[in-house]
Write a protein that binds this ligand. Structure first.
Ligand code: 13P
Length: 261
C-alpha cells in the first residue's frame, strides 16, 4: 500500500479538440493549476496527433508543468506504413506518454494484445511511457470473470518484458461497460481488479517493480467520484475521457486531494 507512487491524472481527449481548441484548453488548465497541485499530482493531456506540435510549443515557451502525449503509437520504427506515427516522431515532439490498447482501438481497429505489446515496446524504445489499457466487457463482469480476464490481458500485453521494462509502464484498468456510459465502477470493484493486477505484477516481476508501477482507473471518472476512487490503495490515478474535456472539471480532478480532506 505504497503512496510513494506519484498520482497521475491523464486526460484522454479522444477525437475532440483541434489544435486551437487544445491550446486554449491547456492554457486554461495552466492558469488554474498551482505549484502545489503539480507537486501532489502529475497532470497530463493525451491529445490528437494534430494537436501535439502546438501543445509542445506552448508547454516549452511558458515552461508549463503539464505533460502531454499521444493516444496511439505505431509498432513500427519507420517506413511504408501509411497513416502511422512512429515513436521517434512522438519523442521528437516531446511526448512523455502514449496510450496503447485503448478499448476503442481494440474494438474499432482490431488491436490485439500482441499488437499492443509491440506498441508498448515501441514506446519504451523511444523513451515514451506507454499507458497500457485493459479491462473487461459487461458480459465478462456479469459472469464474474473480470479478474481472470483482465489479468490475462495484462499478461499478454507485458509478455517478454523484463522487470526493468515493466517498471517503466503505466497500466490503466478501464472496464468497457464504464467508458462513456456514466456507469462508474464502484471503488471496491475498481480496487478488486487493480489490487489483483498489482499482485500479478509482484508474482511476475517482483514486489519492488509491482510497487513502482502506477495503475490508473478509467471509466466515467469525474470530479464527484475521483476522491473515493483515489482513496483505494491500488488506484494511482485516472485516465479520464469526457470529464477531461472541461478544463475546470479536470483541474478539480487533479486536485482530488482537497476533496479527500
Ligand atoms: P470516459 O471518462 O468518458 O468514460 O472515458 C474513459 C476513457 O476511455 C479514457 O481513456
Amino acid at each position: 500500500m505504497s503512496r510513494e507512487r506519484t498520482p497521475l491524472m491523464a486526460g484522454n481527449w479522444k477525437m475532440n479538440l483541434n489544435h486551437l481548441e487544445g491550446v486554449a484548453h491547456v492554457q486554461r488548465m495552466a492558469f488554474a493549476l498551482k505549484g502545489e497541485d503539480y507537486d501532489a499530482c502529475e497532470v497530463v493531456v493525451l491529445t490528437p496527433f494534430t494537436d501535439l506540435r502546438s501543445i509542445q510549443v506552448l508547454v516549452e515557451a511558458d515552461k508549463l508543468r503539464i505533460g502531454y502525449g499521444s493516444q496511439d503509437i505505431s509498432r513500427h520504427a519507420q517506413g511504408a506504413y501509411t497513416g502511422e506515427v512512429s515513436g521517434a516522431m512522438l519523442a521528437k515532439l516531446g511526448c512523455s506518454y502514449a496510450v496503447v490498447g485503448h478499448s476503442e482501438r481494440r474494438q474499432y481497429h482490431g488491436e490485439t494484445n500482441v499488437v499492443i505489446n509491440a506498441k508498448a515496446k515501441a514506446a519504451l524504445a523511444n523513451g515514451i511511457t506507454p499507458i497500457i489499457c485493459y479491462g473487461e466487457a459487461l458480459e465478462i463482469r456479469e459472469a464474474g470473470d473480470q479478474v481472470l480476464f483482465s489479468l490475462g490481458q495484462v499478461a499478454e500485453c507485458l509478455e517478454g518484458f523484463t522487470p526493468e521494462e515493466a517498471s517503466s509502464v503505466v497500466l490503466a484498468y478501464e472496464p468497457i461497460w464504464a467508458i462513456g456510459t456514466g456507469l462508474t465502477a464502484s471503488p471496491t470493484d475498481a480496487q478488486e481488479v487493480c489490487g489483483a493486477t498489482r499482485g500479478w505484477l509482484a508474482e511476475h516481476f517482483g514486489s519492488d517493480v509491482a510497487d513502482q508501477i502506477r495503475i490508473l482507473y478509467g471509466g466515467s471518472m469525474k470530479a464527484s467520484n475521483v476522491a473515493s476512487l483515489m482513496a483505494q490503495p491500488d488506484i494511482d490515478g485516472g485516465l479520464v475521457g469526457g470529464a477531461s474535456l472541461d478544463p475546470d472539471e479536470f483541474v478539480a480532478m487533479a486536485r482530488y486531494r482537497l476533496a479527500a480532506g
